[in-house]
Ligand binder design. Structure first.
Ligand code: SAM
Ligand code: SF4
Length: 335
């Protein structure tokens, strides 16, 4: 495949990064992400792994250089290693810079070696607390011990790990400094994420969960020396170096900071809906384009959709707006 200049959106931003949610299902039920009783999509609505791969390849043709698989929990989708392996081969051929995964870590103990063999070198693992009981409380169904075993396996396999922690008021705000120190000891980078108002989460109240990451940062700076870094992933994270540990720490602040001007990404769901912005409802149906009109129709649909990528989002969580700003759950687009 020839290296192509990336497609530009209407604001001149090169779109080089594709996030693919390969399933809406998950073996956890994190309280800020899902209601306990979730109705998942019928299997027939899902793109097959082959269709997902065709779509990824068409994006590569228009300049996508990085692909991140997410979900739901990407590693619970049956035969997912097949897709990962095929995309990993494209990294080997120089057609992609990297293939990465965001996972809750529940399957890592058995899959870490396969991921490395398939060409994955970096993964994000989501852990909000290192306390076993609290981990069970926040994930409803998760087992911290298994996830920690998974991290060990990832390390032995040679995978670089970044820990994602969502800041939750009154739950882990006091513990985040300890997690930063733990990441330092384990050799992991870390990112702290602000809660985003996505999807109905049953009886849980987002306003009571919301903790501005600016506050997290000022709390952490009482214990650590945080030096701003120029580094940007083209996403919503701003990075510092924790001088005491030497590790990178990112802050994702979609609600208190506007990160949209450097946005380089679009997101596709497991049913083939392309979302041009995490915080907006506009989407394009790539499954219909692919199934009804084949590859040419798909190419046209991708170009047309990127042509209407919006300038930015307008998430708000305040006392009048504690409901979802967008109807879909984070597990649909995978963050
Ligand atoms: N299951 C995988 C995991 O947990 O890493 C991948 C999908 S999960 C939706 C991706 C990331 O989104 C996780 O780090 C999770 O903590 C975060 N997340 C989920 N719901 C969120 C919300 N409402 N606000 C902010 N982050 C959220
Ligand atoms: Fe599952 Fe990830 Fe959502 Fe937790 S955050 S319920 S692990 S998709």
């Amino acid at each position: 495949m020839q290296q192509t200049n990336p497609i530009l959106d209407p604001f001149g931003r090169p779109i080089t990064y594709l996030r693919v949610s390969v399933t809406d299902r998950c073996d956890f039920r994190c309280v800020y992400c899902m209601a306990e009783e979730m109705t998942f999509l019928p299997k027939a609505d899902l793109l097959t792994l082959e269709e997902l791969e065709v779509i990824c390849r068409r994006f590569m043709e228009v300049g996508t250089r990085k692909i991140r698989l997410t979900g739901g929990e990407p590693l619970v989708r049956r035969n997912i290693m097949h897709l990962i392996g095929n995309l990993g081969d494209e990294v080997g051929r120089g057609n992609l810079e990297e293939i990465t995964i965001t996972t809750n870590g529940s399957q890592l103990a058995k899959m870490a070696d396969d991921l490395y063999r398939a060409g994955v070198r970096r993964i994000n693992v989501s852990i909000d607390t290192l306390d076993t009981d609290k981990f069970r409380e926040i994930t409803r169904w998760g087992d911290l011990g298994k996830v920690l075993d998974g991290l060990e396996a990832a390390k032995s396999a040679g995978l670089k790990v970044k820990i994602n922690a969502v800041a939750i008021k009154g739950f882990n705000d006091e513990e985040l400094a300890e997690m930063v120190a733990w990441c330092g000891r384990e050799g992991h980078d870390m990112t702290v994420i602000e809660i985003m108002p996505m999807g109905d989460i049953g009886n849980e109240n987002r306003l009571s969960q919301y903790m501005p990451v600016s506050l997290v940062r000022s709390n952490l700076s009482r214990r650590f020396t945080l030096t701003d870094l120029d580094y940007s992933s083209g996403g919503p994270a701003r990075y510092v170096r924790v001088e005491e540990t030497g590790r990178k720490l990112g802050f994702i602040t979609p609600l208190t900071h506007n990160f949209c001007e450097s946005c380089n990404r679009v997101r596709i769901t497991c049913t083939g809906m392309l979302y041009m912005c995490l915080g907006q409802d506009d989407s394009a149906d790539l499954r219909a384009a692919l199934r009804d009109t084949g590859q040419d129709g798909l190419d046209a649909a991708i170009v047309e959709a990127i042509g209407r990528k919006p300038k930015g989002h307008d998430f708000i969580i305040d006392r009048r707006n504690s409901g979802p700003a967008v109807e879909r759950h984070m597990s649909v687009t995978g963050g």
